[in-house]
Write a protein that binds this ligand. Structure first.
Ligand code: MTE
Length: 319
């Protein structure tokens, strides 16, 4: 992913693909500068954490893929969560003391029901489901993850958005004490994401609270994070504290950081290359080092459920 360029850096100073490797060490040392793709960090002696509490009554879902899920170790030690560092194993290493309770979620904006809800009260009206989904990161790697979560469409309907609500915006916790990565300007904190109301009420997106039937690890976005399987992984905002129903398109973190490279829609699309690399193929994490990359599917293979949402949209312009 790109690192946000501070306002005083000119576009001409943005890092090119050819020098990002050198830049990476500089960025990892904490001196944030122009945009740079982070190469996956070496997986050095990472020991997976114990799983969280077992979740009760998780129903199976017809939306799950039959592909083999990644191991818990892959899923919980190879992460993007810039609030805990920029390397792939930084979230695992740095999020262990993070406190996902007590936790509140504020619902605000154009809806009949709004307010600040304790996590358990927020969850109470909804049924837990297992959704085994492919996740395709914009960096051209992918995983298969057995999430447990609640339907975002159910959540949206529960709060009764008014006709003014055209978008749903989400925000991550902002807490520099607990999230050391927020002491740097790697992104404009808090992390923000958003969906159109049509996307948010599609049956596929979930608010995930678990993995492999247990409470979601901190590094994956405890206690609750968004999962939108037909979009690049960066839409899957973690550790959500705010949900806002809006009449206008919300600002979103990676789009704010580098609009030329990360669009609002961020639909997985093998035909629209990232300006600095192809999106045609992907590396499945955990596959043999001898395995070839696999073809990336339009809408990450979920087109039958979501293609209709974009039938009047030019997906090259609205990437
Ligand atoms: N949410 C927050 N708050 N901060 C982040 O840095 N990274 C995003 C997304 N959600 C991110 C975030 C990116 S780039 C990806 S690919 C996914 O989380 C990774 O999710 P995972 O680590 O659970 O696989």
């Amino acid at each position: 992913m790109l690192i946000r360029k501070p306002a005083d850096i000119r576009p001409s100073e943005i890092t090119s693909e050819t020098n990002y490797v050198n830049r990476r060490d500089f960025i990892r040392a904490g001196a944030i500068a122009g945009g740079s793709l982070l190469a996956p960090a070496a997986m050095s002696a990472v020991v997976p954490v114990a799983t969280g509490a077992t979740l009760p009554d998780v129903a199976k879902s017809a939306f799950s893929t039959s592909e083999t899920p990644n191991s818990f170790e892959d899923i919980s030690t190879y992460n993007n969560f810039y609030e805990f560092g920029l390397g792939k194993d930084d979230p695992y290493r740095n999020a262990q003391d993070f406190k996902p309770r007590p936790w509140t979620i504020e619902v605000e904006g154009h809806a009949e029901k709004t307010g600040v809800f304790e996590f358990d009260d927020f969850m109470k009206p909804f049924d837990l489901e297992e959704r085994i989904y492919r996740m395709r990161c914009v960096e051209a790697w992918s995983m298969v993850i057995p999430w447990a979560g609640i339907s975002l469409a159910d959540v949206v309907k529960h709060f009764q958005p008014t006709s003014k609500a055209q978008y749903v915006a989400f925000e991550t916790l902002e807490d520099r004490e607990q999230m050391p990565g927020q002491r740097r300007r790697s992104l404009d904190w808090p992390y923000r994401e958003g969906l159109t109301i049509a996307e948010a009420t599609n049956p596929l997106p979930i608010l995930a609270v678990g993995i492999y039937g247990n409470a979601i690890p901190n590094q994956n976005g405890a206690p609750i994070r968004l999962v939108v399987p037909w979009k690049y992984g960066f839409k899957g905002i973690k550790s959500i504290v705010k949900i806002r129903f809006m009449s206008t398109r919300p600002e979103t973190s990676w789009n704010m950081a580098q609009a030329r490279e990360y669009g609002f829609y961020a639909n997985v699309n093998p035909e629209v290359a990232h300006p600095r690399w192809s999106q045609a193929r992907e590396r499945r994490i955990g596959a043999s080092v001898f395995a070839s990359k696999q073809n990336t599917l339009m809408f990450n293979g979920y087109g039958e459920h979501v293609a209709h949402l974009y039938k009047n949209l030019d997906l090259r312009r609205n990437f």
